[in-house]
Design a binder for this molecule. Sequence first.
Ligand code: PLP
Length: 379
Amino acid sequence: MEIRYFDNAATTRVKKEVLEEMLPYFGEKYGNPSSLYSIGRASKKAIEEARKRVASLINCKPEEIYFTGCGSESDNTIIKGIAYRNYKKGKHIITSKIEHPAVLHTCQALEKQGYEITYLKVNKDGFINTEELRNSIRNDTILISIMFANNEIGTIQPVEMISKIAKMYNIVFHTDAVQACGNVPIDVRRLGIDALSLSGHKLYAPKGIGALYVKSNIEFEKIMDGGHQEKNKRAGTENVAGIVGLGKACELANLHLKEHMQHLKGLRDYFILQVRQKIEDAVLNGSVENRLPGNVNFSFSGVDGEALLLNLDAKGICASAGSACTSGSSAPSHVLASIGLSDELARSSLRVTFGEDNTKEDVDYLVENLYEIVQKLRK
Ligand SMILES: *Cc1c(COP(=O)(O)O)cnc(C)c1O
């Protein structure tokens, strides 16, 4: 059976051009970038080329990019790195209730070490309240970490406003942009972002490679000890092939961002319209206006989300209930709970996230099957 993949927020397929650019670094170009002979220097050069490409996607300087093992590592590195650097100045951090576990659990780990965390609530569309943010700032606040766009409901936060507030009080502003990078334009200079996390496998590069941008004047402690790689901030021989792949994916994302967004938005809005026309009692979760171009999240009252997924899977359809990172646990999504959904509605939700390979015909197939399965499960 043909697989129809609608779970691009969980991971994406590596692009052909990305894989092709990576392959030599598993073969003849296997030198260690720290070595001085020619194949070592070639690896080093490839890393620096990739760094420029990643920097160019978000408009920072290449030397402000650190390669990491994944988005989660980027989040850990900056949040713990800022916390450990500034503990004498203060131990208070502000984040939101709807962050990815990579941020939430990092903050919880810091709480055990004596840090204090404020978790901002969100409204029914998933937005933080910037007035509440302002009121939460204290003399000992050292970091504000608010995600750019949410992985479950697609809501895009008022990043520019958040960054203005952070600037006003001279507090470092980090944003987890793992879902946003490559799907919406991001200019860290214009937006005034101090630090940003991104991940390869969410933008058509492989799993196991991530990047962290940190503005050049911001100091942070390293959390990994060892060699001097990545300006002494991330020990470990570089994942050269992964880095090359991430660089290529960022270059392509930059080049095709407009068309990519239009393509995803077209599919998203068509799908939302079809569901609303054909299926009763379908509630769209998240913001209608400020939403990731490829994200849809519906609750179908009276339908068990897990049964829905299994039935869709039987038709070759890959989608998600909430987030891949929380599946396997029986607790309903913390994001859906935070926007005010009852446990029951949260458990009846379906996340569909489109990617570059999806077509309108895929959406028709999805809607047709979704309609039948929802009817069946409601009986
Ligand atoms: C996927 C994701 C992460 C984690 O990225 P990994 O590379 O899988 O560690 C972090 N934040 C958000 C918003 C994500 O969607």
